[in-house]
Design a protein around this ligand. Structure first.
Ligand SMILES: NC(=O)C1=CN([C@@H]2O[C@H](COP(=O)(O)OP(=O)(O)OC[C@H]3O[C@@H](n4cnc5c(N)ncnc54)[C@H](OP(=O)(O)O)[C@@H]3O)[C@@H](O)[C@H]2O)C=CC1
Ligand SMILES: O=C(O)[C@@H]1CCC=N1
Length: 264
């Protein structure tokens, strides 16, 4: 039995992903203290909401999806309730396995994971790093669980802040680009629904080519850029306006914020 502790945006994306890919509502519990949201989750997914102690009693796998700022309080609540029979998977940005282990106490198997919201559609990207008490079997179990909602890579924990900045936050950057493209189309006189269709299929197609070809993106970009053409005109503006530097700074800021969150 799996319990998702914290049924916010990410918790719910994982819940929907698990239920869409083989798990049944009987396999999953959520801890949701807001009555209305618990009722809503019951109506939409058929999953039961319980308190944290009940979740720990009934589930052997706990997926902690509360905000980093709420994590220590939750760990203290779980301390003494979870033990070496449990697998605790935290998806919180910045919260290290050291912090998770310290507050849980004992020899609990802990895995730090960084998924992203496309898990909702089974196309998520998750990176994993194991704590000191997580056996190879615990890590395999975590990987099997998260593979149901997308791709999984294992990384050294020192890379987790970078993972968070790239694939954890990444969907938001793509939506930002998508939003900009749609609104530019609208500003140029196109109906919004057609602009959105053009943009979403273009992003899907470009992503598919990037994934399938394994080529460096610069090669794929060059194939679009006809000499003296429209793409060259657009890219010149992006370079002139410092978009590359702004993007790099943005990703570094996300990584720095993740590191900052680990300081509490
Ligand atoms: N959103 C994303 O794309 C990603 C998020 N994450 C991580 O997932 C975590 C959640 O983020 P996100 O879903 O965006 O945030 P949300 O605020 O949407 O979700 C957090 C949820 O946890 C609930 N909660 C807080 N404390 C407890 C508790 N003690 N017991 C049970 N539930 C509790 C909150 O309830 P209430 O609102 O009532 O306080 C809320 O529903 C964060 O740690 C974030 O770093 C990781 C990868 C991607
Ligand atoms: O914005 C955040 O802090 C979380 C972590 C990665 C994506 N969302």
């Amino acid at each position: 039995m799996i319990a998702i502790v914290g049924a916010g945006k990410m918790g719910e994306a994982l819940l929907a992903g698990f239920l869409g890919t083989g798990y049944t509502p009987a396999d999953v519990l959520v801890t949701e203290s807001r009555r209305e949201h618990a009722q809503d989750l019951w109506e939409r997914f058929g999953v039961e909401s319980v308190d944290v102690a009940t979740a720990a009693r009934r589930a052997d796998t706990l997926v902690l999806a509360v905000k980093p700022q709420d994590m220590v309080a939750l760990l203290n609540e779980l301390s003494g309730v979870v033990d070496s029979r449990h697998l605790v998977i935290s998806v919180a940005a910045g919260v290290t396995t050291d912090v998770l282990e310290k507050h849980l106490g004992g020899e609990v198997a802990v895995v730090r994971a960084m998924p992203n919201t496309p898990a909702l559609r089974g196309v998520g990207m998750t990176a994993l790093a194991a704590g000191t008490h997580a056996t190879a079997e615990a890590l395999d179990r975590t990987e099997r669980l998260l593979r149901t909602v997308g791709d999984v890579v294992r990384v050294q924990e020192r890379h987790m802040d970078t993972v968070t900045a790239i694939s954890g936050s990444g969907p938001a950057y793509i939506y930002f680009v998508a939003e900009t493209m749609v609104e530019a189309g609208v500003a140029m006189g196109m109906p919004r629904d057609i602009a959105q269709h053009l943009v979403s299929q273009t992003i899907t197609g470009a992503a598919e080519m990037l994934r399938e070809s394994g080529e460096h993106p610069v090669m794929l970009r060059e194939a679009v850029t006809s000499p003296g053409g429209t793409t060259a005109a657009a890219l010149r503006e992006l370079e002139r306006d410092g978009v590359r530097a702004a993007f790099t700074n943005a990703i570094e800021a996300a990584g720095n914020r993740s590191r900052q969150l680990s300081e509490g």
